[in-house]
Design a protein around this ligand. Structure first.
Ligand code: SF4
Length: 358
């Protein structure tokens, strides 16, 4: 089944040079978990994120020192920065002046309408976009009272209120997120909002959990929405190294045939027929190929039952046998390789293939 490419046409904004919405490729974002004031550590983490393919990075800005750090960090990294601000509009203004390419604020906790107005004025002079981040855990009191609990309708009402406020102040460089750790409620909220506005939507399942649980929740929530043509940029949230978020995000986009990034490794689960150490082989190959931008399909199969078929369908592949493997390239059997050399041969062949534009 192909993805529903009836994409909801949204307005286009930009975060630095990265376009969001209006048919642009869906950018992948993450957020650092270093103390932003620790400039070298933050730069190191962003560089690792860049290497993994991250296209926009968000930093928590807790005080003026963190806001000033943006200027130093920007000098050493390539991707645009979004400053994540709560509680104090002055930090938003300081972050913008330090060169932040975008802001994420919750307009309800930034210091009132006058404070919002000051932030928008500064952002407007710098042509900088702002994400209105609605979180089910921090809805306006009146809305909670009206809806009883943070329902999808309540989250949408909250977002519409803020959008109205921004529009009244003549600001339209907006993207919106509606986050809840409840997957189905998040999906409903985005569906509802998508019918009402054409601003780009930032998708994510917040507080999704650890690598396993968070990946499943994010793949379902983000995947269901993207499949319906909803969503213009994504951030997978996991309780682990943020580099894993980038890997998961690109796998979601790949599975939906939206974007490809890095080699696609197809491997079998193994069974009683497997006669090579397949898990070790897959791990070794995956690690060695990390960082490659091109997307060859690499099949690593345990035996000759399904192995040759899958390996032939891939750009390159291996089907294991007793103490050896058969190497296939573009559907053709190339050679037999001893098990001890399988990883090295496959890695070398993939690298050469990528170099030659496979
Ligand atoms: Fe088993 Fe072969 Fe299928 Fe792997 S490819 S699961 S080894 S039958």
């Amino acid at each position: 089944m192909s993805v529903n490419n009836e994409y909801k046409k949204t307005r286009q904004i930009h975060i630095g040079p990265v376009l969001i919405g209006g048919g642009a490729p869906v950018p992948v974002q993450s957020m650092t978990n270093t103390d932003t004031r620790q400039v070298p550590a933050t730069i190191r983490q962003i560089k690792r994120l860049e290497q993994a393919g991250c296209e926009i990075v968000r930093l928590a800005v807790l005080d003026q020192t963190a806001a000033q750090a943006i200027q130093l960090i920007k000098k050493k990294i390539k991707i645009p920065i979004i400053a994540d601000i709560h509680f104090d509009y002055r930090l938003a203004i300081a972050a913008l002046r330090a060169g932040a390419d975008g802001l994420r604020i919750n307009p309800g906790n930034i210091g009132g309408p006058k404070a919002v107005e000051k932030v928008l004025k500064e952002a407007k002079t710098r042509d900088t976009a702002i994400r209105i981040g609605v979180n089910s855990g921090s809805l306006q009191k009146e809305i909670l009272k009206q809806y009883g609990r943070p329902t999808p309708e309540a989250m949408v009402a909250s977002a519409l209120d803020y959008i109205q406020l921004f529009e009244n102040l003549g600001f339209s460089q907006i993207k919106i997120s509606l986050k809840s750790s409840n997957v189905l409620e998040t999906v409903s909220a985005y569906q509802l909002l998508s019918r009402k506005v054409d601003y780009p939507l930032h998708l994510g399942i917040t507080e999704a959990g650890t690598l396993l649980a968070g990946t499943v929740k994010s793949a379902l929530g983000i995947g269901l929405l993207l499949h319906q043509g909803i969503g213009d940029t994504i951030r997978v949230s996991l309780s682990c190294d943020p580099v894993e978020e980038i890997k998961v995000a690109f796998e979601i986009l790949r599975a939906l045939n939206i974007r490809k990034h890095g080699p696609e490794i197809i491997s079998c689960p193994t069974c009683g027929r497997t006669e090579i150490n397949l898990f070790k082989l897959v791990q070794k190959v995956e690690k060695a190929l990390a960082g490659i931008q091109a997307s060859p399909k690499v099949a690593i199969m345990g035996c000759v039952v399904n192995g040759p078929g899958e390996a032939r369908e891939a750009d390159i592949g291996i089907a294991g046998g007793r103490g050896q493997g058969l190497l296939f390239k573009k559907g053709k059997l190339v050679k037999k390789v001893p098990e001890s050399e399988l990883a090295e041969v496959l890695i070398t062949e993939v690298r050469a293939m990528v170099k030659n534009g496979f």
